[in-house]
Design a protein around this ligand. Structure first.
Ligand SMILES: *Cc1c(COP(=O)(O)O)cnc(C)c1O
Length: 389
């Protein structure tokens, strides 16, 4: 095996295009210069298109998780009651963060593999009669491969006077998320999943409604204070030293997505999602997500058959077939599933490789499987899509 040639199908970080890698080798520049301002403004305007918003979109030098804290401390008053909707491990983490930040947290939990229901959220908001100030949830729960009905949840939150705060770290750009049209109050993502960049940036936007409440938030904050970003936005500046190389990378990545077409990017992800699911089903393996309507188009979580040890399967896939999948995340799912990432710098061809290696690896560890079915089913889906367009 040529060990350096690996197909990285994690749920992030995801592969980066050569154009992005090359852009990041640009020489350092003065971040208080016109050169940086031009770069900063161009990135911002593409991000506005990506988020489907007329509002400002800020780029911070921190990983995706910082979006939880940034959304809370800027827009939600200290110590108030908030609702965390939890359909997997990232939901658990945000809830924990909110408790640590001193909020009074109510949790609404669903079984792994299930999406949240807007009606359940409405019931809780109704019962609390306006005391819940924010509804926090994932657009796409990366630990289970399930997407939530964001539009419906945001509508319920608005109805009861709560802000809708959306963790879109594994969705923004790849799955439909219309920030303004759907009335989403805060949405954020990270650089290393759908955006084809290395880890290190958190990107966040907020609605007019959220901003109108920001002054009353009075929550202690410093590094994540978005007011500072807001003041500098029109100048194309950031309050602290920006991650200049990552900015160059992000500019190159956004340019590629814009060239493809923002809608086409989502269509590509939908096709890859359908191919992955059809392929897995054709092998007889089970998806963790039971509701096709809410299946994630950026990653697929697959239940490991009883006869197979997850760790052995993952090691075989990597060492013998050159494919890296993500293991299960969180105590309950660690040994129970593996996840195939298909987001960012990925095409349907990559999905065929990922599926072939699933079959090969299962066969290699002695599981009773006839290789070829998954790939054939995925090819069918791709061909059908080509004929329709
Ligand atoms: C990856 C991920 C995060 C965490 O992002 P980091 O960059 O690892 O901090 C948060 N939420 C979701 C939905 C994710 O997929």
């Amino acid at each position: 095996m040529l060990k350096e040639k690996i197909a990285l199908h994690l749920a992030g970080p995801t592969p980066i295009p050569p154009q992005v890698a090359a852009a990041m080798t640009m020489p350092m520049i003065n971040h208080r210069s016109d050169t940086f301002s031009v770069l900063c403004k161009e990135v911002a305007s593409k991000l506005e298109a990506l988020f489907r918003t007329q509002e400002q979109v800020y780029v911070l030098a921190s990983s995706g998780s910082s979006g939880w804290e940034t959304a809370m401390v800027n827009f939600v008053p200290a110590a108030v009651k908030v609702l965390n909707v939890i359909i997997g491990d990232f939901g658990e983490r945000w809830s924990k963060a909110n408790a640590e930040l001193g909020y009074e947290v109510e949790n609404l939990r669903y079984a792994s593999g299930t999406a949240a229901k807007a009606a359940d959220i409405a019931t809780i908001l109704e019962k609390n009669q306006g005391s819940i100030k924010a509804v926090c949830f994932q657009h796409n729960e990366t630990s289970t491969g399930v997407s939530n009905p964001v539009k419906e949840i945001a509508a319920e939150a608005a109805k009861y006077g709560a802000l809708s705060l959306v963790d879109g770290v594994s969705s923004v750009g790849a799955l439909p998320l219309h920030m303004d049209e759907w009335g989403i109050d805060v949405a954020f993502t990270g650089s290393q999943k759908t955006l084809m960049c290395p880890p290190g940036l958190m990107i966040i936007a907020a609605s007019k409604r959220a901003w109108a409440q920001a002054d009353e938030a009075h929550t202690p904050k410093f590094y994540f204070n978005l007011q500072e970003y807001r003041k500098n936005y029109d100048k194309g500046q950031t309050p602290q030293t920006p991650a200049i190389s990552l900015y160059y990378g992000l500019q190159a990545a956004l340019q590629m997505l814009e060239n493809e077409g923002w809608d086409k990017v989502q269509e590509r992800h939908h096709l890859m999602g359908e191919m992955s699911r059809a392929g897995i089903k054709a092998t007889g393996l089970k998806l963790l997500c039971q509701e096709e309507e809410f299946a994630s188009d950026t990653l697929t979580a697959v239940i490991v058959p009883d006869e197979v040890k997850a760790a052995t399967f993952l090691k075989t896939a990597k060492d013998s077939f050159g494919v890296i999948y993500a293991a299960g995340q969180g105590k309950e799912l660690k040994e129970r599933i593996f996840r195939i990432g298909h987001m960012g710098y990925m095409t349907p061809n990559d999905v065929l490789v990922a599926l072939a290696a699933v079959e090969n690896s299962l066969a290699a560890v002695g599981y009773d499987i006839q290789p070829g079915k998954a790939v054939a089913a995925a090819q069918e889906v791709w061909l059908r899509d080509i004929r329709q367009h």
